[in-house]
Design a protein around this ligand. Sequence first.
Ligand SMILES: *[C@@H]1O[C@H](CO)[C@@H](O)[C@H](O)[C@H]1NC(C)=O
Ligand SMILES: *[C@@H]1O[C@H](CO)[C@@H](O)[C@H](O)[C@H]1NC(C)=O
Ligand SMILES: *[C@@H]1O[C@H](CO)[C@@H](O)[C@H](O)[C@H]1NC(C)=O
Ligand SMILES: *[C@@H]1O[C@H](CO)[C@@H](O)[C@H](O)[C@H]1NC(C)=O
Ligand SMILES: *[C@@H]1O[C@H](CO)[C@@H](O)[C@H](O)[C@H]1NC(C)=O
Length: 270
Amino acid sequence: MHTQGRMSVLRVLISINIMVSASTNSSLMDRQQRSFILPVEANTSLSEPVDTKAVLSCPPTTQKAVLVTIRWEIILRDKPSCTRAYRRDTNETRAINCSDETISWDSRPDRNPALQINPVAITHDGYYRCEVVTTHGHFYHGYHLTVLVPPDVTLFQLENGTIVCRAAAGKPAAQISWTPGGDCHTVEEPLGNDTVTVQSSCRWEDHRVSKVSCSVSHLTGNRSLSIERNSGDKLPQKFVRILIKKTEVTSVVEEDEMQSYGSYTEKSNL
Ligand SMILES: *[C@@H]1O[C@H](CO)[C@@H](O)[C@H](O)[C@H]1NC(C)=O
Ligand SMILES: *[C@@H]1O[C@H](CO)[C@@H](O)[C@H](O)[C@H]1NC(C)=O
Ligand SMILES: *[C@@H]1O[C@H](CO)[C@@H](O)[C@H](O)[C@H]1NC(C)=O
Ligand SMILES: *[C@@H]1O[C@H](CO)[C@@H](O)[C@H](O)[C@H]1NC(C)=O
Ligand SMILES: *[C@@H]1O[C@H](CO)[C@@H](O)[C@H](O)[C@H]1NC(C)=O
């Protein structure tokens, strides 16, 4: 009832405003117009974790309004825009250009016109808009959907004492911080499917630092991992020598040294 009243006022206000705007510059009128228009066409941002089920609702309508049609317009990157529509008079649904079967009506549209995405995938980033046409007017609600992917978090120490914290294939990129702070170098690697691997490598000159923690903050949840620090001195001198040789004069490395280097890289890849 209340919304319906506002809708009628809205129409009156808009027509008054159009008639008087040429001669009057009333900021009060502008404010009123804006506050009445908002409920009719609304857009919201929505973040959903990958591999879950998302339900997008249509805008509420007034109780007295009789439903005529419901239309979902789905605009995804690299795909033709897909439309799913329901007509009340014929009780029929239609789908145009809709190839993604994981996006569908949540239940029977005559009962609940919501859209469901199940399961949510990275390719579902996009814009979803529900238009409800009733005997009392048109109502719109749009969603800018961003799909979130939690990163895989690992923390490990390299043989040369460097400690690496890696947040792999997250969307958006994760943030990495350390306690205590060290001498760190952080790189981001985009993986091409909108996910990013963030890797932070640190060293601590202070040998009294025995335990370090890496905190990974992400919209899907924060994580913290700790590791006991072994001093890099424990690395056998032989390995260090071979590594230096390997980078400087690759072609003259002797065979048994090659084998040692092979076992070293295997370990450091863990
Ligand atoms: C179907 O896809 C074409 C090509 O992208 C687009 O122009 C058209 O608007 C789409 N139709 C509907 C009803 O979404
Ligand atoms: C509309 O169609 C559905 C099945 O498609 C049916 O179960 C339902 O009873 C119909 N509703 C009306 C009001 O005819
Ligand atoms: C430690 O080893 C990693 C991997 O081999 C290397 O990228 C890094 O530069 C090394 N750091 C130091 C300080 O030697
Ligand atoms: C994104 O691409 C990376 C690298 O190919 C892959 O490991 C990861 O699983 C992909 N993520 C998703 C959610 O598709
Ligand atoms: C995650 O960490 C960030 C930055 O440290 C913080 O702003 C945010 O509130 C944390 N989120 C949760 C869910 O704890």
